[in-house]
Write a protein that binds this ligand. Structure first.
Ligand code: DO4
Ligand code: MG
Length: 287
């Protein structure tokens, strides 16, 4: 079951996505359930979502609603160098930082960094930004975990960890500037609610396609079984001596890196797809 946050008839509301249709939820049916997070952080998000579907309303087409990023107050964090491909690319981009990237790939402690506050996260369809002081920026398509305040994974979504590779490559201490700025992250389009069973990681593919003037100029794919760490391990590290009263979103790192000569430009269109979740599409702005 996929849960989204949309604006329909001027109201912000959580909704269920079923194929090309959206079913709005009626939150008046349950006391103390007012937001997407109230559902995500409830004891049974799947059961509650099913119960809240407004059966009096006809489903609406996905084109008829405005999409919002599927989060409220969650902090957005990201893991880095969790795929071999990312380790290689980072070692090549940084003369001074190569050994740090090499070591962190094998170390017990993963690289985890603060990625975005909710106001820096853009919705599906809205522009992500290339910093004006970067000449080498790329999108990073990442499988993202939706985590409740008890540090339980309650869902999955798609995250774009926009990255200024020239700034990060110049000096690893510039990482927060390379990663965290306005419109530096996109999330969505919806959250696949976690079921009871284990995910079959080999079956979950992550794909990236970048279009320029209607032509595909970059494409790539990976599968989640290429991830060097387990999802629960990453969440456990994030939760060490930390707390997230509003929940958290954790991007799990990229396994797809565009060719070194590629940098995003104004009006490029980025498509990121993950099996079972859908496609997150965002244009690029640089000014
Ligand atoms: O160490 C730099 C960031 C790594 C990252 O964002 C990734 O591997 O996805
Ligand atoms: Mg990343």
């Amino acid at each position: 079951m996929k849960l989204a946050k949309v604006v329909a008839a001027g109201e912000v509301t959580p909704a269920v996505v079923e194929g090309d249709e959206v079913r709005l939820l009626d939150l008046t049916q349950v006391e103390n359930v007012k937001t997407l997070s109230d559902i995500l952080h409830s004891p049974d998000p799947v059961g509650l979502t099913r119960f809240l579907i407004d059966t009096k309303l006809d489903p609406v087409s996905v084109e008829q609603v405005e999409w919002l990023p599927p989060l409220d107050q969650q902090e957005v964090w990201a893991a880095g160098v969790t795929y071999k491909r990312s380790q290689q690319a980072r070692m090549e981009e940084s003369e001074t930082g190569a050994s740090h990237y090499d070591k962190v790939y094998e170390a017990d402690r993963p690289e985890l960094f603060f990625k975005a506050t909710p106001n820096r996260v853009v919705a599906p369809g809205k522009p992500v930004r290339v910093r004006y002081d970067s000449n080498w920026s790329v999108p990073e398509p990442e499988f993202a975990l939706v985590i409740n305040p008890d540090m339980k994974i309650v869902g999955y979504t798609i995250g774009n960890d926009m990255s200024a590779r020239d700034i990060e490559g110049e000096n690893p201490l510039y990482l927060p500037q390379a990663k965290l700025y306005k419109e530096c992250c996109a999330l969505g389009p919806s959250i696949l609610l976690a079921g009871d069973g284990e995910l079959n990681l080999a079956e979950i593919e992550v794909r990236l396609k970048i279009e320029r003037n209607g032509e595909t100029i970059v494409s790539g794919e990976t599968a989640l079984d290429q991830l060097h760490r387990s999802l629960t391990e990453l969440v456990a590290w994030l939760g060490r001596d930390n707390e997230f009263p509003g929940g958290a979103i954790l991007l799990t790192g990229t396994g797809i890196i565009p060719p070194d000569e590629f940098s995003l430009e104004q009006d490029d269109l980025i498509h990121m797809s993950v099996t079972g979740i859908g496609t997150l599409t965002n244009p690029v702005v640089k000014d």
